[in-house]
Design a protein around this ligand. Structure first.
Ligand code: PEP
Length: 256
């Protein structure tokens, strides 16, 4: 089981091959932090090239289909991500849930397909602003995680090593508005409880990341907080200059 902090950059629909220079710079510095697990999830078009370009960091997809093959134009199977060089895939990002109508059941099926073919999974959950303002954040997120967690022997054989959960309040993503540390701690405790209910002792070791406007200034406070096992970073992962201070904030001393 890995207890290393996990710092993951999600490039979303940003980047062409020119951005590989940033990935190389991130990789060189990440090699100096063996106590921190660092990864990037570029657009699918860059997975194979990024795999070739880096050696110290993980490489991931941003979504996969639940089926292994078939007539699904424009989609990518988990096994194809793996074949392209990916180590893991993000599933259930709020931009997929909202923009592509992905239900908890779909997210669960994707997570199961990914784990079954040997990929790691970062499973995202998070409430909207209306849900938080209405006082329903914990109920909503508990329902999401209960409905999205992979089940079945073939998938859960990868828990806890290959499963991480990311708590990403929708209102904090790309807005510059970061969640209060005490709210993050409270939500991570809810998620831990649900993980233990689903997986027993294995649920104690699944890393729970925070995501939503993480940057160099707020990363240390978030990463030091109780129950926070890492960060999923969007905008601030696109350059080495913005991303590396977040890696450094995970607390490990660099080696030379
Ligand atoms: C994300 O897309 O997962 C995310 C957290 O984005 P940002 O860091 O830009 O808020």
């Amino acid at each position: 089981m890995s207890t290393r902090p996990y710092i993951v950059g999600n490039w979303k629909m940003n980047g062409t091959r020119a951005l590989l220079a940033e990935a190389r710079a991130i990789d060189r510095s990440a090699a100096r932090y063996p106590g921190i697990q660092v990864a990037l999830a570029p657009p699918a078009t860059l997975i194979a090239a990024l795999r070739e370009a880096v050696s110290a960091i993980g490489v991931g997809g941003q979504d996969c289909h639940a089926e292994a093959k078939g007539a699904f134009t424009g989609d990518i199977a988990a096994v194809q991500l793996k074949d392209a060089g990916a180590d893991f895939v993000i599933v259930g990002h709020s931009e997929r849930r909202a923009g592509h109508g992905e239900s908890d059941a779909i997210v669960k099926a994707k997570a199961e397909a990914a784990l079954e073919c040997g990929l790691g999974v970062i499973l995202c959950v998070g409430e909207s602003l209306a849900e938080r303002d209405g006082g329903h954040a914990e109920t909503i997120v508990a329902r999401q995680i209960d409905g999205s967690l992979p089940q079945g022997d073939a998938a859960t054989a990868g828990v806890p090593e290959r499963l991480a959960v990311a708590y990403e309040p929708v209102w904090a993503i790309g807005t510059g508005r970061v969640a209060a540390v005490e709210d993050v701690v409270a939500m991570h405790a809810v998620l831990r409880e649900r993980l233990i209910a689903a997986y027993g002792d294995a649920g104690k070791d699944v890393r729970i990341l925070y995501g939503g406007s993480v940057n160099a200034s707020n990363a240390a406070a978030l990463l030091e907080a109780e129950g926070v096992g890492g960060a999923l970073v969007g905008g601030a992962s696109l350059t080495a200059e913005a991303f590396l201070p977040i890696v450094a904030a995970a607390g490990d001393e660099p080696v030379d």
